[in-house]
Design a protein around this ligand. Structure first.
Ligand SMILES: [Fe+2]
Length: 287
């Protein structure tokens, strides 16, 4: 069964969000939604998420899942807002516990911040099957970019790869965040590229070079033929050498601090202080 897929591109973070469904009037999953955030004013917004809400309502879809491929470092998740508007269960990989542990220490979070992932409605194990209505799906643990990264096989021929592969002319996700590991990413990508050549791969981001428009999908065959970082013939050691050298030159993402603090809470904002205002922290000289 081939699912229907609607992509929504967020220009500010170059993120693709997706609605995946069998047919109008049926169940759906929303993957990697984005909450608008202006770091200059500290204001959040729902313009991007409202586009998704409008699509879901106009196709009379029932939200079954709000899937997160990982705790994103470049945007805040809109999953709790969408759940409040449309229902559904927020799910991520069980590796989120490791990410929570690292960042509870980095941000010196409140003592009762839980490290068991229970802020999410569901934690996926590697290989765990699930359903979106009648569409069979499976969660795959694909660590490397972060310890919690998941990919989702949905239907027979469609793979949502999260932050592992980008378009062939862009390459692969960075591995220098806490808990990242280029060796692991190479092995995770090898697992994805072992799917049949015509498997459709849906990306979490695109950063198109001059002259190309952003594109949400590619195939296993295209990646194996021409991915600048991991096409066929590039060894694990060559990849790790390239990735490590390149990561050392990359600045931290603009929204890393706000995004991680919110996303390890399943997208909820931090608790309000005694004046009723919620605050984000910036640890100095820490990361
Ligand atoms: Fe990411």
């Amino acid at each position: 069964m081939t699912p229907r897929i609607q992509a929504f591109f967020d220009d500010a973070s170059s993120t693709f969000s997706y609605v995946v469904y069998e047919q109008a009037g049926g169940p759906c999953a929303i993957i990697d939604s984005v909450l608008d955030f202006d770091p200059k004013s500290g204001r959040t917004g729902t313009t991007h998420a409202e586009r998704i809400k409008t699509f879901v309502q106009s196709h009379d879809l029932q939200v079954q899942w709000l899937l997160e491929t990982h705790a994103h470092a470049d945007h805040l998740s809109a999953a709790p807002w969408l759940r409040s508007q449309l229902g559904g269960r927020i799910a991520i990989g069980e590796g989120i516990r490791q990410v929570q542990k690292v960042f509870k220490a980095v941000f010196n979070l409140e003592p009762n911040f839980r490290l068991d992932g229970s802020q999410f409605d569901h934690l996926f194990q590697d290989g765990e099957p699930f359903q979106i209505g009648n569409i069979p799906a499976r969660a795959l643990h694909v660590p490397g970019h972060t310890p919690a990264d998941m990919a989702f096989v949905i239907g027979e021929n469609t793979l949502f790869v999260g932050d592992t592969l980008f378009m062939p002319d862009v390459g692969t996700a960075r591995c220098d965040f806490p808990g990242g590991d280029a060796h692991q990413l190479y092995r995770s990508i090898s697992r994805l590229l072992a799917f049949p050549p015509d498997t459709q791969l849906y990306l979490c981001h695109d950063y198109p070079p001059e002259g190309r428009r952003e594109q949400p999908d590619t195939t296993v065959a295209e990646q194996r033929r021409s991915n600048i970082h991991v096409r066929d013939g590039i060894s694990e050691n060559e990849f790790v050498e390239m990735r490590t050298t390149r990561d050392a030159t990359l600045p931290m993402p603009m929204l890393l601090m706000p995004a991680v603090q919110v996303n390890i809470r399943a997208g909820e904002l931090p608790p309000a202080e005694d004046n009723g205002v919620r605050y984000l922290k910036i640890p100095l000289n820490s990361l």
